[in-house]
Design a protein around this ligand. Structure first.
Ligand SMILES: CCCCC/C=C/CC(=O)SCCNC(=O)CCNC(=O)[C@H](O)C(C)(C)COP(=O)(O)OP(=O)(O)OC[C@H]1O[C@@H](n2cnc3c(N)ncnc32)[C@H](O)[C@@H]1OP(=O)(O)O
Length: 346
């Protein structure tokens, strides 16, 4: 959440065009936590995490943790130096004293970084169980939390690279609708695990209803149109924190966001032709147009979006019509079958 908050603060200050690295306003965000300030809450969470460590991290690390904790809470070493035979206290004193005049905030950050490096699984589990965050339940494919005026919608199918299946399309729409009415100021979308999202779950094409593939294509087009419509109409500033690779619809949608922050692990891939498909998510309109400035307070967003809304809905409808045909094409069918039978990847 600290990352999302930083993203929002950066977006509010300014969004220099020199930082925009693709056609939509992406800001390269290095996720190395040393670049950020750990809050008191992050620090407290890390202290709790230390207690949960399953493996003894060893004396060297324990001394480092001790020293950083003392520095973060009391400042530079203020204890008299223990005698040489008081081995344990002498080792502790040495470790603390070695931090010199390191500021408390830096010590706090280093403590948090050290704890998260001890067990990567702690980091991800703390994302999914954010402690005191207000957490919405009732989602199978998302983790939705609200804290400090920010609602965070996190894609949560990490084993499937956060591919968006039918259930997830519906849950994202539901989460967006709730976020538009809750007391948060901004909404952040991000992914759990190594991927932001691998895009449409290609198994969405396999569950054929009694009406056959035509009915399936039509149903998908209706769902897609409604889904993209929710992004067009979303009233509050919408921020993407792209934590890893993004594919297909998870990329094309970004043109409807107000700011996109990319970690150094993020990549963007739109395999339209590889899959025998055509653009969606209004990208045929937003990508060439290049998004206007990323600063988007709610009121100015309304003014900007008012002029665009009708056009965007028309683009969305047209894209869905064309796609409905593409999904029945040999190219698309073969691409999906190839992926599902593991003959091809991106
Ligand atoms: C309502 C319908 C609307 C449709 C709107 C249209 C949208 C357009 C698009 O979004 S097009 C983009 C579609 N996505 C892709 O083509 C990506 C396909 N996936 C891959 O190429 C690879 O999985 C990868 C490059 C993303 C990751 O490769 P890696 O080798 O690192 O990992 P695995 O392939 O082993 O993946 C792990 C498991 O996740 C499953 N998976 C990943 N992505 C998808 C996906 N998009 N659809 C379905 N399943 C996906 C993968 O099958 C593995 O599952 P398994 O462990 O059970 O084998």
């Amino acid at each position: 959440m600290a990352m999302a908050y930083l993203a929002w603060r950066l977006a509010r200050r300014s969004c220099p065009s020199s930082l925009q690295v693709t056609s939509f306003p992406v800001v390269q965000l290095h996720m190395n936590r040393t670049a950020m300030r750990a809050s008191q809450k992050d620090f407290e969470n890390s202290m709790n995490q230390v207690k949960l460590l399953k493996k003894d991290p060893g004396n060297e690390v324990k001394l480092k943790l001790y020293a950083l904790y003392k520095q973060a809470t009391e400042g530079p070493c203020n204890m008299p130096k223990p005698g040489v035979f008081d081995l344990i206290n002498k080792a502790k004193w040495d470790a603390w004293n070695a931090l010199g005049s390191l500021p408390k905030e830096a010590a706090r950050q280093n403590y948090v970084d050290l704890v998260s490096s001890l067990s990567p699984s702690l980091e991800s589990s703390s994302q999914v169980e954010p402690g005191t965050d207000r957490k919405s339940t009732g989602f199978e494919t998302l983790v939705v939390t609200s804290e400090d005026g920010i609602t965070k919608i996190m894609f949560n199918r990490p084993k499937k690279k956060n591919a968006i299946n039918t259930e997830m399309y519906h849950e994202i729409m539901r989460a967006l609708k709730a976020a538009s009415k809750d007391d948060s100021i901004i909404t952040v979308l991000t992914g759990n695990g190594d991927y932001y999202s691998s895009g449409n779950d290609l198994t969405n094409f396999t569950d054929i209803p009694p009406g056959g593939v035509e009915e399936k294509a039509k149903n998908n087009a209706v769902l897609l149109r409604e889904f993209v419509g929710c992004f067009i109409d979303f009233p509050k500033p919408l921020i993407a924190v792209v934590n890893g690779p993004a594919v297909g619809i998870s990329v094309t949608l970004l043109g409807l966001f107000d700011a996109v922050y990319a970690s150094d692990r993020a990549t963007f891939h739109t395999p339209f032709s590889h899959l025998g498909q055509s653009p969606e998510g209004c990208s045929s309109y937003t990508f060439p147009k290049i998004m206007s400035p990323a600063k988007a307070l709610r009121i100015s967003k309304e003014v900007i979006r008012k002029r665009e809304r009708e056009k965007l809905h028309a683009v969305n409808a047209e894209e869905c019509n064309v796609l409905q045909g593409r999904w029945l094409s040999d190219e698309c069918t073969n691409a999906v079958v190839n992926f599902l039978s593991r003959k091809s990847k991106l």
